[in-house]
Design a protein around this ligand. Structure first.
Ligand SMILES: [Zn+2]
Length: 328
């Protein structure tokens, strides 16, 4: 009972603390572009580094022009922050510039490279800076939880005050803090999800965090999947996370980042567990860059990869209620 009351308070606080216009469905759809592992500022003192950042900006412009998404989800390792100094917020602004130019709102979860170096700040510094932009929907999560980017965003119906979908974020740590998802975070997710379901009804939901747990690789080896998995998914302290994900009936898609040479999307029951496409030219991998697109609709969701060259690959349709997956 205490927990329900407590997490009910979070519901109110979080809705009030998002900035800018509320996120809304448009023409029955809400389209998200996921940019992951951009790694801006990597090798900033070599000629190579700034060229990669410019190339990453091109990826984002290309995707935003082709898809015109309603929202951008940055899913971590936006910076190679541990390699850069006091100018981290300048890089952050550079990362955001395509969204600003396309007038597209965004939100962030942090990855293991986003922390500034210890002498110049931490995740909170980046969060506070991000929130100075009107288009930012990033939220500083509860102070008693591990990490900073633990929160949710309601998506409203077109021209209504009804919430028709929810995006959940978890901070999987790294950098100046451990790489993990703690039991408290998992409890928070569980309770917040159920409080929201009581409040909003059984609306479709998605979840994102940077580092996937190894169960995602197990599913790739046994499940129905698109894409590829070239990097081994390493152990991550996150006991109970996978089980909790499977237990939330209207959580229909989870997407992560971190492994630059993985690009899978696997189905289990009425869910898709996915990895975003490496979007940035910073960081390892020689694969062509792109963005996972996630389109929420009333009775289904669709996801596909939009490549930098504007081709589309790995298009999947998940119907919420009959668990069927179609590819087109
Ligand atoms: Zn990472």
């Amino acid at each position: 009972m205490f927990l329900n009351v407590l997490y009910g308070v979070y519901v109110v606080v979080f809705i009030c603390s998002t900035s800018g216009e509320p996120l809304r469905f448009k023409d029955g759809k809400f389209k998200i572009a996921q940019f992951t592992d951009l790694h801006y500022g990597e090798d900033e003192f070599t000629p190579w580094g700034p060229i990669q950042d410019k190339n990453s900006n091109h990826v984002m412009h290309s995707v935003l022009t082709a898809e015109k998404p309603d929202f951008v989800l940055f899913t971590g390792d936006t910076l190679t922050g541990n390699n850069i100094g006091s100018n981290a917020t300048e890089y952050w602004k550079y990362v955001l510039s395509p969204c600003l130019q396309h007038d597209t709102p965004w939100a962030h979860v942090f990855g293991n490279h986003d922390d500034l170096s210890a002498e110049h700040g931490d995740r909170d510094t980046l969060m506070k800076y991000d929130q100075t932009f009107n288009l930012s929907h990033s939220v500083r999560g509860p102070r008693d939880l591990f990490g900073v980017s633990n929160y949710f965003l309601p998506i409203y119906g077109e021209g209504s005050d009804r919430v028709e979908a929810v995006i959940y974020m978890l901070d999987s740590g790294g950098g100046q803090i451990e790489e993990q998802v703690t039991p408290d975070q998992i409890t928070w997710l569980y309770h917040t999800y159920h409080v929201n379901m009581q409040e909003y009804g059984p609306v479709p939901s998605i979840l994102t965090f940077h580092i996937p747990p190894p169960e995602f690789e197990d599913l790739f080896n046994t499940g129905q999947c698109t894409g590829y998995l070239n990097n081994t998914v390493l152990p991550l302290p996150s006991e109970g996370l996978y089980k909790t994900i499977l237990s939330l009936p209207n959580l229909h898609l989870v997407t992560t980042g971190h492994y630059h040479e993985n690009d899978y999307c696997c189905s289990t029951e009425n869910k898709l567990l996915c990895q975003g496409r490496h979007s940035g030219y910073g960081g390892y991998s020689d694969i062509a860059r792109g963005s996972r697109i996630i389109q929420l609709e009333k009775d289904k969701l669709q996801t596909w990869i939009r490549m930098e060259n504007r081709n589309i690959v790995d298009h999947i349709i998940l119907k919420y209620h009959n668990f069927a997956i179609q590819e087109s």
